[in-house]
Design a protein around this ligand. Sequence first.
Ligand code: GN1
Ligand code: MG
Length: 383
Amino acid sequence: MSNLPENMNSQTARQLLKVGEAFRIPGPFFSYEEIKMGNVNHTYKVNYIRDDGSGMAKIKSYLVQRVNTYAFQRPLELMSNIDKVTEYIHANFPHVKCLHFHHTQERNNYLMDEDGFWRLSNYVPSVTFNSCGNLDIVRSAGQAFGDFQMMLSAFDARSLYYTIEDFHNTRERYAKLKKDMQADPCGRVNEVREELDWLLSVEDEACKLTDLYEAGELPLRVTHNDTKINNVLFDEETLKPLVVVDLDTVMPGLVGHDFGDAIRFAANFVEEDSPEAQKAGVNLNVYWAFAEGFLTETAAALTEVEVETLGNSCFTLACELSTRFLDDYIMGDKYFKTNMPQHNLVRTRCQIALAKDMLKKMNAMNAIVRDCWVRNREKQDGR
Ligand code: GN1
Ligand code: MG
C-alpha cells in the first residue's frame, strides 16, 4: 500500500476495504474521505478505480455509512423501512431519484460485522447547505421535503417500524430529561440549572403539538422526521434539488415535525452549535421562503388545525432538541457526536436562544404560514 495516501493504512481504511468486498464492489479501492455531516452516523465517500471500457482508469465513488447502533438499536428494521419506502417511491414516481443500497452475496442491504453495522449506496455528486441565505434554495428545500411527504401520503404507515420509539414525543423527551437530571450520573446538573429551569418553565407550550395529537386532533402521516436542509442534495450546477436523503427516521409522524425541524435548523441566524448563542434567532425571510416551498406542495392536503400548529411546531422542535442535547450532556455525551468537551451544552444554549426568539416572533410566524396556506391551497384547488 506504499503508493497510496497515508490514511489508507488506517483502521478505517481496512474496515472500508472489507465493507467494499462484502458488497462486491469491483476495482481496486483507491481512497476515502469522511464526510463530516450528521451528528449520529459515520459517513464516508469511498473511491474505486474502474476501467471505463477503453482502457482508461476512472474513479467510481460510493457512499458508505456505519450506522450508530446506540441511536438505532434495531438497524435491521431501519433498513427494511428504507427498502419499503424507496421501492414505493421508485414504483409510483419513477422519475424521482432515490439512493440505491447495494446487497451482499447473502442478499442483505447491510453488513453486520465486529466493527459495526454498515451499508453502501451510490454516491450522488451534489452540494448541500447547512444554512443558506439564498432564498431560492431554501424554497426548493421546502418543496423537496413537502413533495417527499406528499409522495408517501398513500403509503401504508402501519407497515413501517418505529426506528426510534417516541422520537418526536416531546412529553417523553421532557420525562427522560427530568429522570436523568435526578440521576445526574456525571455530576453536571449544577452547571446547567439555568438551562433546565427555562426548559421546564416552557414544557406545556413545547408539548402542545404532542398533546394535540394525543387528543386526536392531528392526522398521523408518513414523515421524514429529520428535515435538516443538508438532507436535501442539490445539483452542483443548476442548484435544483436532486434527492432527499437520510431516511433512517422515516416513520409515522406529524407534519409539524418536518416543518418545525427544518425551520429550527435552516432559519437560525447561526449554526446549530454556534458558541454565540446571543446571535441565535429566526430569520423570518428564510422562514417565509421555506414555508412557501413546503406549502406549495402540501397546502391542499393539510387540515386547518395542522396549519395552525406549524408556527408553534418550530418552537416545539427547538425545545425538543434542547432537551435532547442537554440530556446527552447530563448523561456524558453518549448519543450525539461531539468534538469538544461542552459541545452538547453549546448546542443546548443555542437552541434555547433560538426558541426564545421564536416566542417573540410567533405572531408573525403564524401569519406567514397561514398566508402561504391560503394562497397555495387556492392555486391547487384551481388546478
Ligand atoms: C441527528 O445525524 P443527523 O445530523 O442526521 C438526529 C436528529 C437531530 C440532529 C441534530 C437519528 O441528525 O434528530 O435533529 O442530529 N438524528 C437522530 O443535529 O437522532
Ligand atoms: Mg439524520
